[in-house]
Unconditional design. Structure first.
Length: 427
């Protein structure tokens, strides 16, 4: 692969900032951005290429080793890590976090939340699938990023709204250039401005640049997931209203979601409180994460058959869940959950399928879930606020960030995405 490279020149003719996009320039996910600045080498994200993974693996064919995954191009190549001292992860989706066991030599990995990673790592270690390959090796050190602080490498983490929490963009203050890497982000959040700042420790990406006009961006590396997509641009406000209409006219509501989609859970928790419904969860990760979120007063009660952890309260048996409750679960658990519920509890039940991000980001077959809903006589709705900005918001993004140059990645349409961005650079 020929990397996309952008270089600056330092004073006295010395090489300055050099940026290599080694993966993710023609795919949704699998980002690997390497920044070299004199004697310093950093990496932003080191994700899994799910688009490649789907070509070679299925439910009947599984990976056998890290070496096999590297050889196929699913995981980054070992030579990409040469002289890299620090790796910065924007969020915990696997197309960005990647397999930390793939890191070939001693390095410090900067993660949005050590607590969140350790929760997920425990689940991965116990997995009978290829997910057991993800956890780090003993020589990989961890540091938690601090929002809006420039660290020893000149990297500043800026909070962003996304469908995995927490999530950050990274602003690299280099020797002769400033590089902004957005990771995945959306412009609108389920949270109010005050809630977002309280939960993340700072303003969102666009608010940060609106408040700090003196911060200049020489190179912007921005995701382009939804550019060219026919996805309906559903806002959090619109999705909240739709959820409200459904819940006002339904019995038990079962909502599928990613266990790290905290913003979505906060919205559902507030709705449960407003509608006087109890909130339950089949996800240990969601239960534990929400226990530490003071912004919501309604916490999900753990369901006994699924949550085998010590919690702040005793788990509730599934048979005791009230008919007008809201149940949070995953795509993988929702069918088994419904099979185990009694018929009375499922009267007027509705399943809200919060579909995954573009199918290439996660190996989840949500169409299979929808087919089972029909089979089980359960009404289902597919409602999804994207974790990525919508194309109509791109003009505002470019005008606010005001970069000198832009590189669009995390897209299956790189040429079209680049042309769309550049038209706003010229305005």
């Amino acid at each position: 692969m020929k990397p996309d490279t952008c270089s600056g020149r330092g004073r006295e003719g010395r090489a300055g900032v050099k940026v290599d996009v080694l993966s993710g320039d023609r795919s949704i996910g699998g980002n690997f951005i390497r920044i070299t600045d004199r004697d310093k080498s950093l990496v932003f994200d080191q994700g899994i290429r799910f688009d490649v993974m789907r070509r070679y693996y299925s439910f009947t064919v599984s990976p056998t080793s890290l070496a096999e995954l590297r050889g196929l191009g699913v995981l980054p190549k070992p030579e990409w890590y040469v002289n890299v001292q620090d790796i910065y992860i924007t969020h915990m989706h696997l197309d960005h976090l990647g397999a930390l066991s793939n890191i070939p030599s001693e390095a410090t990995v900067h993660v949005p939340s050590v607590e969140t990673y350790e929760l997920m790592e425990e689940k991965w270690r116990m997995s009978p699938s290829w997910l057991s390959l993800i956890p780090r090796k003993y020589y990989v050190n961890f540091e938690e990023v601090a929002p809006l602080e420039i660290d020893r490498n000149g990297v500043e983490a800026i909070p962003v709204s996304h469908s995995a929490f927490p999530a950050y963009a990274y602003l690299y203050h280099g020797s002769d250039e400033t590089v902004l890497y957005t990771g995945d982000f959306r412009v609108e959040s389920y949270l109010s401005r005050e809630e977002f700042q309280a939960l993340t420790g700072g303003p969102s990406l666009l608010e940060y640049f609106e408040e700090n006009r003196d911060v200049k961006v020489d190179l912007l590396i921005i995701e382009g997931t939804n550019i060219g997509s026919s996805r309906t641009p559903l806002s959090p406000e619109e999705a909240t209203a739709i959820h409200g209409r459904i819940m006002e006219n339904s019995g038990v509501v079962i909502a599928t979601l990613h266990s790290l989609d905290v913003e979505y859970v906060v919205m559902l928790a507030k709705m449960a409180e407003n509608l006087d419904r109890n909130l339950y969860s089949t996800s240990p990760e969601t239960v534990l994460l929400l226990e530490s979120v003071p912004e919501i007063s309604v916490k999900p009660h753990p369901i006994e058959e699924y949550v085998k952890i010590i919690s702040v309260e005793e788990p509730t048996p599934l048979e005791s869940v009230e008919p007008n409750s809201i149940i949070l679960t995953s795509y993988r658990n929702v069918i088994d959950l419904i099979r185990e519920m009694n018929a009375d509890a499922l009267r007027d039940a509705v399943v809200v399928i919060s579909e995954p991000e573009p199918a290439s980001e996660e190996m989840t077959e949500y169409d299979v879930v929808a087919n089972w809903m029909t089979r089980l006589n359960i009404q289902s709705y597919r409602i999804r606020v994207s974790g990525h900005y919508y194309p109509y918001q791109l003009k505002r993004i470019i005008e606010t960030l005001n970069p000198k140059r832009v590189r669009v990645i995390h897209t299956e349409k790189p040429e079209a995405s680049q042309r769309m961005v550049e038209q706003y650079l010229k305005m």
